[in-house]
Design a binder for this molecule. Structure first.
Ligand SMILES: [Zn+2]
Ligand SMILES: [Zn+2]
Length: 93
């Protein structure tokens, strides 16, 4: 019964950055972060909280992969067009 205040209970979720009690999980990496170590991000209609690390590395979008998927799609289209042009040239000759 004594000394209970000195010992910090372990069932409190801690912020992975500073060790303070976490306010909630990061929307992207799902690590617990406190209010000081996260930024609010608008992802469409809902406001998400992402940790500072994810905010720094991935920008403010929740779907950073879409840019790469779109780029890959463009490259695929260009390759298809080149292939079509090549086969047309071969057929005509
Ligand atoms: Zn923190
Ligand atoms: Zn994160």
């Amino acid at each position: 019964m004594s000394g209970g205040l000195q010992h910090v209970s372990d069932d409190v979720t801690r912020c992975v950055h500073c060790g303070k009690p976490a306010a909630g999980p990061c929307a992207r990496c799902h690590k617990p972060v406190c209010g000081d170590c996260c930024t609010l991000t608008e992802g469409g209609e809902t406001i998400f909280a992402v940790c500072l690390e994810c905010d720094r590395t991935g920008g403010r979008s929740l779907t950073p992969g879409w840019r790469w998927i779109f780029r890959g799609f463009l490259i695929l289209l260009a390759m298809l067009a080149a292939f079509a042009l090549l086969s047309l040239t071969l057929l005509r000759s």
